[in-house]
Design a protein around this ligand. Sequence first.
Ligand SMILES: [Zn+2]
Length: 128
Amino acid sequence: MESVMGLIKSIFTLKCPRCRKGKLFDQPFNFSNAFSMPSHCPKCGLNFYREPGFYYGAMFFGYVITSGLFLVIGLVMTFGLGMDVNTALIVIVILGVLLFIYFFRLARSLWIHMVEKYDPDVLNSETC
Ligand SMILES: [Zn+2]
């Protein structure tokens, strides 16, 4: 059975939703191909581009993730830690620049994990 922890780990480590072995992205944090995905999973062959514009909805996930996280960080820094608002904004901008690629990838990972089910036997059954 699919465990919730396995699902969360697969999402955050950017693994294929079906086999959870293949990587959704080629090289982690390589700026030359930071936004490119392979067309198929290197382990199980799952098509990562199910249809044209498939990842359009992932943009909204990216927006919600980044805006929600940065709102919480900003509120904690200003009201929890008593920091200046301008200092909090500078820290948030720096975090946004540093984590932009990961959040882009995380949003796509969340999106494809919503529509593709985990199949632990897929690697064993396709040995023909
Ligand atoms: Zn796979």
